[in-house]
Design a protein around this ligand. Sequence first.
Ligand code: HEM
Length: 441
Amino acid sequence: LPPVVGTIPFIGCFPQFAKDSLGLVKRSYEKYGDCFTLSLMGFKMTYLVGPEAQAVFFRGTDEELSPKEAYKFVIPVFGKGVVYDSETEVMYEQLRFVKNGLVLSQLKKAVGIIAEEAEKYFEEKWGDAGEIDLLNEMNKLTILTASRCLMGKSINRALGKADQLADLYHELEEGLNPISFFFPNLPLPSFKRRDAAREKVAAIFHSIIQERRKSTDDTVDDVLYTLMNSKYKDGSELLDEQIVGIMIGLLFAGQHTSSITLTYTIFYLLNNAQYLDPVMSDIKEFVQEESNGEINFDNLKKMTRLETVIREVLRLHPPLIFLMRKAMEPMQYKDITIPAGHLVAVSPQVGMRLESVYKNANEFRPERFDQEEKTPFSFIAFGGGKHGCPGENFGILQIKTIWTIISQKYNLELGPVPKTDFTSLVAGPKGPCMVKYTRKQ
Ligand code: HEM
């Protein structure tokens, strides 16, 4: 069996975990090696740390290591009958529909839409000069750009007010915290607000589906269109409730992860002139000179130096600090048997800062990604294997597009890179992240 951390009956090491979960995982790795169990309020959570152990996690089949059983706590947000609350075969099919909606042709179109929304946002909201909380602003902007890409222009009409969806998503996120993992339906105020926000978001998305059904415009083919026109293998269509749940889940999976990475990318670039200058000269060459100022999929793809910066930001600050599965049958790792029933976890935050995997692991060195990744499952900010993130390319394109627009429009003045707030489910910079901006001449 894996060595167990936390010997107090039932409670185990819960107090240390609640105080500093990452610190506890790191210390346990140093003491016990790459596979150990944390005993937490009756739960047994077995951690796999480092590429070799992480490979077991990502290569496991759903029958061995079930994400559905581990992520039940998101059901109040995603909804009934959606992804983790559906039969395994149905879950695969729903994830396949999502992937079909994020294919290359869609991504190519997405860049233009993101650029259009972002331009409009800065003109209407930022103007010539001011001071803003960058994380807050990037949250609002990314939910707007992502929802426009997923659901078309009707999202703007349905919302009327741009901030509304971001606020509702904030309530959803506040309702998914470490407590909700253990007790998702306690009568807590934050859980009540989460459920009320879910009802409001669902009502908005239902109205968009109704509007789309009446529309005679046959040029639309966004993710919503893909979902509305997809069929399960048995020939049945998705229920509206399922389409709404998938859209809620997609925006939920993509919003904070992207806005956090975007905010950190801006802080790192402006604090590191040696990386900022080459990135800006690529924008000048590929966007301003070669494309007459137009941002498109092809010129964003050429910005490999910006991409390595984003990957290094994600290595240092992965928004998802723990990924989980439930062992459905005993699992073998080296000479250890992880018993059925254990929760099995990897930590991108701990795993990507191991000195044995990344030299000078705590330093910001984007050039480490200049070469192809050598060790499988060492860069796990987007997970890996069967359940690896289907939104990776979309997320990176979104970050590149918005940075390209901001950096050409504004001079930004900001402080050092903020520390991370590890208390929420999606870990991002400790706010407020105040930034002064003035329009470039
Ligand atoms: C910087 C941005 C992003 C990061 C760091 C990120 C990270 C991740 C990670 C680590 C996973 C794996 C979870 C696990 O194995 O348990 C994941 C899964 C997923 N992500 Fe992302 N993500 C990002 C953006 C997006 C976007 C923009 C979308 C949608 C448009 C998205 C949709 C999803 C979905 C649907 C899954 C579940 C896949 C499955 O279970 O098969 N993500 N993401």
